[in-house]
Design a protein around this ligand. Sequence first.
Ligand code: URA
Length: 241
Amino acid sequence: MSDRAARVAELEAYHRDEVAVCTRCPLSEGRTQVVVGSGDLSADLMFVGEAPGYHEDAQGIPFVGASGKLLGTLLEGIGLTRDDVFVANVLKCRPPGNRDPQPAEIRECEPHLFRQVALLRPRLICTLGNFATKLLSGRPDGISRVHGHELPIRIGGHATLLYPLYHPAAALYTRSMLSTLEADFARIPGLLAGAAPDGGPAPARAEPPAPPVAVAPAAPADATAGPPPGRVESDEQLGLF
Ligand code: URA
């Protein structure tokens, strides 16, 4: 079995045996199901969002709501589909009312994401929004400052390239952000082509520090139990900017 095939098998087993049955934090008590991740388990390109919302919790698949639709459209714009990439979240279970992830929840859940990255070994990781960006960069800089700026990092002993992007939900709430997101997306094929098989140009520095807990600026609340009528994006968290 090739190394890649072995990692796919290990990732499948990890998803089944560790993530799908996880009870590390109280979010496990309120979930319908764990949203492990979806797509190609040997993808070179990974997207990391924030947490499942109403629809994701119901279907067990990340990004199936309105921002997922936009993610699909943005991927299409660069000649890719959801099947070409792997999509996961910082949190694998839905926070009640789609509130922001709490520091303790991120701490408990982050080993799952780091293991996913270590086994997938993507060449390029696009973080969507503040929570994923701060967690995987190990830096406190907000997404408004760092979006569109690639950052070589090491995870699980392997070099990869981090590429922070605005969360698609941000573009749904603030339409002017859509062109920024599209422009940032347009660089993905070039970044992927430039990334070396082991994940691209890594800096000569150690593993990222124990990732800091992400803290997003206050944002308008959308604490609804389900999708209320009339909202553009009812199933999204809003700590996006
Ligand atoms: N759906 C997800 O799976 N993640 C997000 O961050 C938002 C919506």
